[in-house]
Design a protein around this ligand. Structure first.
Ligand code: NAD
Length: 484
């Protein structure tokens, strides 16, 4: 049985307190994980500070960019091991792991190597009363010790989305992956160890949230900034903890995303795209659509086509051929999703398809599966229309006018992503800016350019990451003003 250890100051640290890493396909134990207590987190903070004092923050941009590329190459060399780890921890379908999770994690390191290599500061020639002027220029320094706390749904992708720019900017990092998915982060620490990054520049601690590694990190006086991806309620708890020492925070939180499908949309593309946006990764992507609004003339046709396609998704083990959807992450999460299945019916939903647990008659019955589920008929203020469910489920409602569609899409406390499906270019330009979300996709979904700002409004987050937005968060600018 593999033992997943903490990586601190260039050393692998075992602890006596251990927890199981569970495979949600059949409930089997993938690995034992060494939980980091306060002492290990303290050690990680000291190691990170020592790495900064030893000069990591003032290494040349070239050296940091080179290190990021070496990490990317190291992940690529062990591609199959990373894919296997991600699948074992999450049960996600192999295609997703092979084409999205691991390649995009590699791309994160390469993208931020490019970003830092071409980054520049501001420079202003200023006028002064004596007519001689002044020169202002800005240099960017690292923030210091950055805690990266990440979720389980896209484990390596989301962890590296923050680790890569934080390292690029010269910070020392302490990463805490989700307790549900510690495996790929441990492999990442192995790669970083192999390439010989100076000790303490990257540290990995395993554990849970409150009263465990996550809580100890986010409240630690020696941590200079916290960057977090996860649930909005957790963000709120971390914010309270980080407030004591006034740490900068960057939050990528939950969503209750809408897709608006107009009658002039390319129908087949809209069905296929929405199918991806609802059911990808078993609906466990913060960007997934949970509310679909369809213009009334094509409503019935859309629901019919969508039902047929959803029923064709093969649910099962990631190791089986042709499987398009794996299990949810855990028994606890499945219980939460199933409670929404019950609630939806109580709130008056018509279950178009799904709403149940598939029965396999084998070991998979010990897993965390649910069926792809579609509802209609809920009112706009139903809890199932307002709360993030984070499973393979959506509600489809009709709309009559553009104004109705905009109101419906924005009727949520969240504001992460919206998808518009229309072939009317003017309409797309008219509506996209009116969406109260950080990201608007038109005739596509989850198409990412890593230079663009990524993040949400309202309960969906604070700040933006991506390209220069990440570099801005992970650096501390100092303005230098020279009187000429
Ligand atoms: P979660 O908030 O339960 O956990 C995320 C991480 O925070 C884990 O590592 C966990 O151990 C840690 N944590 C929990 N409580 C903590 C505390 N009090 N202090 C410090 N750390 C703590 O989220 P999850 O269930 O792992 O992930 C699902 C959620 O993440 C969904 O709400 C989803 O929408 C959101 N998410 C958002 C984005 C985005 O980019 N906006 C991306 C992926 C997931």
């Amino acid at each position: 049985m593999p033992l997943l250890r903490n990586y601190v100051g260039g050393h692998w640290i075992e602890t006596e307190t251990r927890f199981d890493d569970i495979n949600p396909v059949d409930g089997s134990v993938v690995a034992q994980v060494c939980e980091a207590g306060q002492a290990v987190v303290d050690k990680a903070v000291s190691a990170a500070k020592a790495a900064l004092a030893a000069g990591w923050g003032t290494t040349t941009v070239d050296a940091r960019a080179r290190a990021l590329r070496q990490i990317a190459d190291g992940i690529e060399r062990r591609f199959d091991a990373f894919v296997a780890a991600e699948i074992a921890d999450t049960g996600k379908d192999a295609t997703h792991a092979r084409t999205i999770d691991i390649p995009r994690a590699i791309a994160n390191f390469r993208a931020f190597a490019d970003q830092i290599a071409t980054a520049h500061g501001d420079c202003f020639q200023s006028t002064t009363p004596d007519g001689l002027g002044a020169l202002n220029y800005t240099i960017n320094k690292p923030l210091g010790v950055v805690a990266v706390i990440s979720p389980w749904n896209l484990p390596l992708l989301l962890l590296t989305w923050k680790v890569a720019p934080a390292l690029a900017c010269g910070n020392a990092v302490i990463a805490k992956p989700s307790e549900e998915t510690p495996y790929s982060a441990t492999l990442l620490a192995e790669v970083i160890d192999e390439i010989g990054l100076p000790p303490g520049v990257f540290n990995l601690v395993h554990g849970f949230g409150p009263d465990s590694a996550g809580g100890f990190l986010s409240t630690h006086a020696g941590v200079d900034a916290v960057t977090f991806t996860g649930a909005s309620a957790t963000g709120s708890a971390i914010m309270r903890g980080a407030a004591q020492t006034v740490k900068p925070i960057s939050f990528e939180l939950g969503g209750k995303n809408a897709s608006l499908i107009f009658a002039d949309a390319d129908f087949d593309e809209a069905v296929a795209g929405t199918l991806r946006s609802v059911f990808s990764n078993c609906g466990q992507v913060c960007l997934c659509t949970e509310r679909v609004y369809v213009e009334r003339p094509i409503f019935e046709k859309f629901v019919h086509a969508f039902k047929l396609r959803a029923e064709q998704i093969r649910v099962g083990s990631p190791y089986e051929q042709g499987v398009g959807m794996g299990p949810l992450i855990s028994k606890e999460h499945r219980a939460k999703v199933l409670s929404y299945f019950d609630l939806a019916v109580a709130e008056g939903a018509r279950v178009v398809t799904g709403g149940s647990v598939p029965v396999f008659g084998d070991a998979r019955d010990q897993g965390c599966f649910v069926s792809p589920t579609i509802w209609t008929g809920l009112s706009a203020d139903a809890r199932c229309m307002q709360e993030e469910i984070f499973g393979p489920v959506c509600h489809i409602a009709p709309f009559d006018t553009e104004e109705d569609a905009v109101t419906a899409a924005n009727n949520t406390q969240y504001g992460l992503a919206t998808a518009l499906w229309t072939t009317d270019l003017k309409r797309a330009h008219r509506l996209a800016p009116r969406m109260e979300s950080g990201i608007v996709w038109v005739n596509t979904w989850f198409l990412r350019d890593l230079r663009t700002p990524f993040g949400g409004v309202k309960l969906s987050g604070i700040g933006r990451e991506g390209g220069r937005h990440s570099l801005a968060f992970y650096s501390e600018p100092t303005n230098i003003c020279i009187k000429l």
